[in-house]
Design a protein around this ligand. Structure first.
Ligand code: IVH
Length: 667
């Protein structure tokens, strides 16, 4: 056998073992044998790059390269479901379906509602070609590299099975409780912020820039929706069973029923039994089984009429409050957190609960020793919802802190915000970290080889004290104690170097002036042209800029009056960042859209939505989210939402096509 043949053989065998292990839960060889074969394959593949295959089982271990996510327009929009919280609403759904089908018999497929994030997988000729997150339903992130590390998702289907040449299958990526607990335990030891629930952890993991992180975190996936032009069976349930036979993990707890009573029984059963499942669920999904009937029922503006989600009630328990502590977030926001006697709630032991902010906390009139009612919904950290102590004495009430628990600076409250903030942006650790994270983020300097975790690691190791220090890093500092990780170190240094090309408006955003978001930074950059001009601008001068109000103006002046910030900016300049608009940026702007409020809707052929937003800004127009009497026109692509269309027609607002728009702005 040649080495090439051996590679093919190992790939086939390992795909099968993966499936046996992760989908069937029935491994037929020992872990050790599996690892040995994997090792052999890795070695052979490194000798034969010419037969690289992105779907090889070795790709499941992930890579350390960075994935910048590309935005992909969904072939078919990813709709979400209408939610209901009680059985009356389920009955209403059932009756609507009955009516909609004019008395024809129908079956309902009952499924669990998995609490993760939805994913759309595309297969061509049995090969996984793309995995895309839901995003906004119209377009999502291409997370294919990360998804390849999820063992229960087949990378290639066995030949000879009856799957169509091309199909899409959707489902939920989730983090099983066991992985979640392990991850949070590890984060606790490393003093990293904990994930609030498996869904956040799954979502954070799937969006990780580093697929080897994904590979380590033990994500799983259940598929629940098969789509495509060549789906032969009329039954949704039957299609899922078929998908199972092709190698997909489908929940075993799906049930076809014929009556409302059976639906109720399913709901009641799973409301209890779900606590024993290895993954988080937050409800039940009910779907009309026949695809023909689904089509005839159609959809509303937002949701299909043939399906609905019933959400389980959040669980509650009573316990005793012991202490309130305060956490300082990366923005400086101070969150009160209750420490309580441990109590069993929704499958886990709970001893901490959030109190959100000073107002919520004060309303509860809390004292040490009070009996409190704690609730844990699917999506949130447990929270205290009531003080059940009789006559709590206001005299001994716990008062919200006045100073930052980390750096002791007196806290401030900004107008219109519920939280108190530590204002010590240049001297309080969590805030400094927050500023570094912001600086490297995609829309700021886009230093994509460093994620928040790496940045924090550099900070804790004393390699950087602020974002400007990133530009002083050397390869030596980034190597591991044993001198390894050279490729990684060079990647990091390269993307730091590349960030020096980021245009001035994004530098202005990246330096992290409170309240100066992306749009404000752009507006100011275009009006003032340079960092020097911004630093020297008076409040009045700033207020003269269209769209800049007192809060932003004051924040800017305050920022530049701080010597620590002055030094920071000076250093960034010394390291070669853009501190003024380029000639090209100065000349490419126009006033063609001045005074126009524009709504963007639908899917576009020539540019992405973000690019159209940028065009609108570039030509001095305003992009707004919803249609009103003040809207000047709608920039409409394909598949504009029917509700929007109706509203536009009612208000007589012109609809401008993509081509017309591009002509209008002369692009
Ligand atoms: S079906 C058009 N089935 O719940 C039907 N969704 O808003 C599309 N989910 O975005 C979804 N378990 O992320 C379906 N068994 C299940 C589900 C499920 C969880 C999620 C999914 C979707 C949301 C509903």
């Amino acid at each position: 056998m040649t080495e090439t043949e051996r590679i093919q053989e190992l790939r086939t065998v390992l795909h099968q073992h993966n499936y046996n292990y992760y989908v069937l839960n029935q491994p037929t060889i020992s872990d050790q044998d599996f690892d040995m074969m994997m090792h052999e394959l890795q070695e052979l593949e490194s000798k034969h790059p010419e037969i690289y295959d992105p779907n090889s089982p070795t790709q499941r271990v992930g890579s350390d390269l960075n994935n910048e996510f590309e935005t992909i327009v969904h072939k078919r929009p990813m709709l979400s479901l209408a939610n209901t919280y009680n059985k009356e609403e389920v009955e209403e759904f059932y009756n609507r379906v009955k009516e909609g089908l004019h008395g024809a018999p129908f079956q309902i497929c009952c499924e669990l509602k998995f609490d993760g994030l939805s994913i759309s997988l595309h297969y061509e000729h049995g090969q996984l070609t793309k995995a895309v997150t839901r995003g906004d339903g119209i377009q999502g992130d291409d997370v294919t590299e990360n998804v390849r590390t999820i063992h229960s998702i087949p990378l290639q289907l066995d030949k000879g099975l009856d799957y169509p040449d091309e199909f899409e299958i959707r489902g939920e990526v989730l983090m099983p409780w066991s992985s979640f607990d392990r991850l949070n335990k590890q984060r606790e030891e490393e003093e990293e912020p904990l994930f609030a629930n498996p869904r956040n952890a799954a979502s954070g993991t799937l969006k990780s820039k580093n697929s080897s992180t994904v590979a380590k975190r033990g994500l799983d996936a259940y598929l629940y929706y098969l789509l495509g032009d060549n789906i032969t069976d009329d039954g949704h349930y039957e299609n899922l069973q078929k998908a199972h036979s092709w190698g997909f993990q489908i929940s075993k707890n799906i049930k076809l029923v014929n009556s409302l009573q059976e639906i109720y029984a399913y709901i009641d059963y799973w409301d209890q039994e779900r606590k024993k499942l290895p993954v988080a669920t937050d409800g039940v999904v009910l779907k009309v089984n026949s695809l023909a009937q689904q089509r005839s029922l159609g959809m509303t503006a937002k949701n299909p009429r043939w399906a609905i989600a019933y959400k389980f009630q959040a669980e509650q328990a009573e316990t005793t409050l012991r202490q309130v502590v305060y956490q300082v977030g990366r923005t400086g926001a101070v969150t009160p957190v209750a420490n309580m006697d441990p109590v069993q709630l929704a499958g886990t032991q709970v001893r901490r609960a959030t109190l959100h902010n000073a107002d919520v906390m004060q309303k509860l009139h809390l004292h040490v020793g009070d009996r409190v009612l704690v609730e844990k919904g699917g999506e949130i950290i447990p929270k205290i919802i009531d003080n059940v102590t009789e006559n709590p004495n206001p005299k001994h009430q716990i008062q919200f802190v006045t100073n930052c628990p980390v750096c002791q600076t007196p806290l401030v409250r900004y107008e219109g915000e519920a939280a108190y903030y530590c204002p010590n942006e240049t001297g309080c650790q969590p805030l400094i970290l927050g500023r570094i994270e912001h600086f490297i983020s995609r829309k700021a300097m886009n230093i994509n080889s460093i994620g928040p975790e790496t940045a924090e690691d550099f900070f804790r190791r004393g390699l950087i004290h602020d974002a400007a220090d990133l530009y002083t890093l050397t390869e030596e500092q980034l190597l591991t104690p044993e001198g390894g990780g050279q490729v990684n170190a060079r990647n990091i240094l390269q993307s730091i170097q590349e960030s020096k090309d980021v245009p001035f408006e994004r530098v202005l955003y990246a330096i992290g002036i409170r309240f100066v978001g992306e749009i404000a930074a752009k507006t100011i950059a275009r009006n003032l042209g340079s960092m020097e001009a911004v630093a020297n601008a008076s409040i009045d001068c700033l207020l003269g800029i269209n769209g800049i109000g007192t809060v932003i103006a004051q924040s800017i002046v305050q920022f530049f009056s701080n010597p620590v910030n002055q030094r920071f900016i000076q250093r960034l300049q010394e390291y070669g960042l853009h501190m003024k608009l380029s000639e090209q940026e100065l000349s490419s702007h126009s006033d063609r859209l001045t005074g126009k409020s524009i709504v963007i809707s639908g899917v576009f052929a020539h540019h992405s939505r973000d690019e159209y937003k940028a065009f609108i800004e570039k030509h001095n127009g305003k992009n707004v989210g919803s249609i009103s009497g003040k809207t000047s026109f709608i920039l409409a692509g394909d598949n504009m939402g029917p509700a929007k269309l109706e509203k536009a027609q009612k208000l007589g607002i012109p609809i401008v096509s993509e081509d017309e728009f591009l002509e209008m702005i002369g692009e």
